[in-house]
Design a protein around this ligand. Sequence first.
Ligand code: SER
Length: 888
Amino acid sequence: MKTHEIRQRFTDHFVAAGHTAVPSASLILDDPNLLFVNAGMVPFKPYFLGQQTPPFDTATSIQKCVRTLDIEEVGVTTRHNTFFQMAGNFSFGRYFKEGAITHAWSLLTGSLDEGGFGLDPERLWVTVYTDDDEAAGIWEHTVGLPAERIQRLGMADNYWSMGVPGPCGPSSEIYYDRGPEHGREGGPVVDDTRYIEIWNLVFMENERGEGRGKDDFEIVGALPKKNIDTGMGVERLACILQDVDNVYETDLLRPVIDVAETLTGSAYGANHADDVRFRVIADHCRTGLMLILDGVTPGNEGREYILRRLLRRIIRSARLLGATGDTMERLMDTVRETMTPSYPEIADNWDRIRSVAVGEEKAFLKTLESGTRLFRSAAEKVRAAGGTTLGGEEAFALHDTHGFPIDLTMEMAAEAGLSVDEGRFRALMDEQRARAKADNDAKKHGHADVSVYRPFVDNHPTVFLGYTDRQAEAEILGIIRDGALVDRAREGERVQVILDRTPFYAESGGQLADRGTLRAPGGAGDVEDVQKTGKRVWVHSVAVTGGEFAVGERVTAVVDDAWRHAARQAHSGTHLIHAALRQVLGPTAVQAGSMNRPGFLRFDFSYGEQLTEDQLREIGDVTNSAVDADWAVNTVETSLDEAKAMGAMALFGENYGDRVRVVEIGGPFSMELCGGTHVDHSSQIGPVSVLGESSVGSGVRRIEAYTGLDSMRHLSTEAALVTSLATDLRTPSADLPERIASLSARLREAEKRINQLRAAEVTSKVGEYLAQGTPEGEVTVVAVRLPDGVGAGDVRTAVAEARGRAGAEPVVVLLTSVTDGKVPFAVACTPAAVDLGVRAGDVVAAFGAEVGGRGGGKPEMAQGSGSSPEGIDAGLTAARRAVRDLQQ
Ligand code: SER
């Protein structure tokens, strides 16, 4: 049975039993505890917790899930997929244990003709939580399962929670016995490879508190209702129904392995190590595609890092299997074919997906070889010195210069029997980050302890007034200092303030937070930042500038007018730029990220090539024509489906059932889901000046622009600059480009001439240098520092010339100079010197060691470059010594 049909049967079964079929949510939901949606119940969490009233009392879904914790297990075991589909049925208080158990049983064992999966009941086993007699009783008496196939397990296995505070409950898992050839007798408690888990029924009735992991936490209370959350692994069932050995060989992934065989020339099934690589390729390709589909682009932090790591693992695995050229496009294309029947949206997004994946491959292939070489030589050195740990410096260089994710380096090290000094690597990364001023966003949205906000998220969602008001009276509900709740905040302190209502826009959707002030009868403070927690609570970062604030007090919250005005201009400007990009570049130019603050905007989008000047100009023109058209900016609140039907761009992060806000400028010209603050008419944006575009990683480009007053200032500064250049160069401004081009051409010509003269001077002095030679043993050594400014090429030419003139004598010539802070050097040995045992490479090594450089070449001629001019004298001496030593 094809996977697509498994999905269909599952949905049909539960819809027939009155469940509402809910589409899969995006893999990326706004939950600070989750990188990716990793279970079918995630989108329903507020319903279980009683925070929101569900629009249905039962539901069914097939949720896209990504779990990357076990990435090293992929391909090694039979059942670890980083992407998988969790089919689930959910009851919000309607049925409980008996309903969940009988539904699962009738679907699994129901005949194929009746819409079931037709599994042999004799092969099914179940586990229940230690003391869950009720569930055990239902299995035995209602279903009729023999008592010996009902096993009991403890909290780690049969008590489910998300690993963090939230809904939880005892569970009952259903296993399928794949037969004695797969392992030992005795049920799932003995062997969980032979007995493979296919369905987890969670009796969601409690709420857990803080704690660690799966079995070390407190139950803090009962949920308002007894709920059901189940999850059936679609891939695992496919593995059984298609009678294949593992989840990588089902109809969705096996075709990828087949294509990988053709691309690499290796055969699947030949040996275990290669099989693992094939499975890694198949698994990661699918996960990569689904992540890109949901808007992730490769990068170095968080989700983006995970995608990068997956894609780079594919590329490396393919290389290890023997691939020499590009493979990504063919592999991804195969995933597209297998997945599109279930996810038709892949077709609409295909160009974007391909361009991101292929871009990453291009970027990585550029450095994979050099990085691998560096890795090998570093590993050899470690081993030669009898060590077992690769230095943090090498791991950092691999990351920084060659784009090797640290995990890849660690895997390669493990394959080579080494470990990596991860501590040192992290320290170097930290230093680099500090230098580059840590990305503020990462800090703000990092996994800080959010429990202090919890009571507010649960009970006091902030009322946001900022779409209409810039000033409001509000009550202080909470003050947080250094992560803890306090009663009051005094002058000089920096605290976080939670209000019952606020006109302040909290940073989101790329728009920075509003700035402004809080005023109370006895205190005043500046609002420096505002972030949302749990989507519902606005947290104001406040510097108290006078007096004090206390919880319970009333304050006047005032947004800085000028700030907000310019922020609106920038955000509406961003929408225009986005629309203009799509108009000029086509629909594949999809948003990959954006940032806007008063007066300035940055917009990242997927696009495979550098934009031409004409395209850039056209984008600017289309944008400013939209400003000029003075279109009204309209916002409506509606359902996600309705918004999509209107043609609004819905990118990622939205959840089925969410109310969404659509911002429309000029009708179909620009229609986006957006919670930001906008101008009322497009002309209020003022001129938009595009500053340029650049690359920010594989397949992603960035445009930056000024808006409003900043744009005008920018334009007048540029104009003043042009005028002053025109005056200095005594030419009309229209002729400036030509004049500058001719000046640079003359400059280049002059530099060339100077270099030629310098080279001629050096060559003409070769005879003089040779005459300065002094003996070291039987060899005459000529070691000379040339005048500063002689480049590497000229040093080489002069050395070759000297060697030619030295004829049959045993002579070694070393010439060096200092140019642009670098120390180019070259060594030549005449054949007679080589016969005496002197190799140019050895002399280069001796000299290089003193000037902080390396080099290489042939016995007759070698060269290199160093970075420490102060070591030249010592280097010349070391080179002489080397010539002497080498003759012995
Ligand atoms: N939440 C449970 C799981 O992820 C069942 O859906 O296994």
